[in-house]
Design a binder for this molecule. Structure first.
Ligand SMILES: O=C(O)CCC(=O)C(=O)O
Length: 300
């Protein structure tokens, strides 16, 4: 391998051959495993067929328009969260400060195994998580007017050095520097311990949409990277990795799907498969991925 410049962005480029086989070569698996373990995230360039992303993007445009049209709907409490349900597409959603969280129903446009159980992501998650299932499938849509978020970590970070789960982000269109890319702090922030950071030192790493000067100061001590993603790329990240949403300077929504997998036996109250799946949709999933989605029925 060529020596890297310190701090250089290193991503994994999926070859046409790997894409056809749905399996990373030994060298790419090793590189991806290394980046995931040490930086808390890895980008797989070209880890999804273009047509799967294009179909998801077209369908999401319709779902999102329905959410916007349904923004005056009744607030309902589902899976521990106050949300609304889009009238036509039945997507569960909420909006905060021009950031929309949408749980699209996993119908034919969204149920491709490439999206829901990407073979490269599965190849990397199996050895690190052991037994795991999907916790939720949602999307982040950032619009003009959204403020930069406070750096934060998610899903009970810092309880162990073992990853509790992973989030696979799938951009439906280009996430460039101009339209609100995710900013991540790769220097080991996914390993910061909760008992020290919060318990002993009193930093709160959970604020997303408000200001958090203390934690923003802490973040300023470390280099960060704004990740540019093209349709077809895949970002796999530890939810404990410090990150934030940034500002969309364009007039077009910027959407990434987020598929969260959690280690068996661990729990977090955020997100639920029942927000996007019912028995009928579950039965339409490819049989080989159904075991990952079996928890959909337990939504309150
Ligand atoms: O902009 C994004 O997609 C990410 C936003 C984010 O990190 C969050 O809402 O937790």
């Amino acid at each position: 391998m060529e020596p890297a410049t310190p701090g250089q962005d290193v991503d994994v480029v999926v070859s046409a051959h790997e894409l056809r086989d749905g399996s990373l070569s030994a060298a790419n698996e090793r590189l991806a495993g290394l980046l995931l373990h040490t930086r808390g995230y890895v980008i797989l360039r070209g880890g999804l067929p273009a047509e799967v992303v294009a179909e998801g993007d077209a369908a999401f445009g319709d779902v999102f328009a329905d959410c916007v049209d349904s923004a005056d709907g009744e607030i309902v409490h589902m899976a521990g969260i106050d949300c609304r349900v889009a009238r036509r597409t039945q997507a569960v959603f909420w909006e905060r400060n021009h950031r929309w969280r949408v749980f699209p129903r996993l119908d034919d446009a969204f149920n491709s195994p490439w999206l829901l159980a990407n073979p490269f992501a599965m190849q990397l998650l199996r050895p690190t998580l052991g037994a795991f299932t999907c916790k939720f499938v949602s999307s982040d849509t950032c619009l003009a007017g959204a403020e930069i978020q406070s750096p934060h970590r998610e899903l009970d970070p810092g309880l162990s050095w073992e990853p509790r789960g992973y989030i696979v982000n799938i951009p439906l269109r280009r996430c460039g520097l101009d339209n609100g890319p995710l900013e991540v702090w790769p220097g080991g922030s996914h390993l910061w311990r909760d008992d020290v950071l919060r318990g002993r030192l009193g930093f709160d790493d959970t604020v997303q949409d408000g200001r958090n000067p203390d934690f923003e100061w802490l973040a300023s001590l470390f280099p960060s990277r704004r990740v540019v993603l093209d349709p077809g790329d895949l970002l796999i990240r530890d939810p404990a990795l410090m990150h934030r949403g940034t500002v969309n300077h364009t007039d077009q929504p910027r959407t990434m799907l987020g598929v969260c997998y959690f280690r068996d036996g661990l729990y977090h109250n955020y997100g639920h498969l029942g927000l996007s799946l019912d028995r009928e949709l579950f039965e339409r999933l490819a049989p080989e991925i159904q075991p990952l989605f079996k928890a959909f029925e337990t939504v309150a």
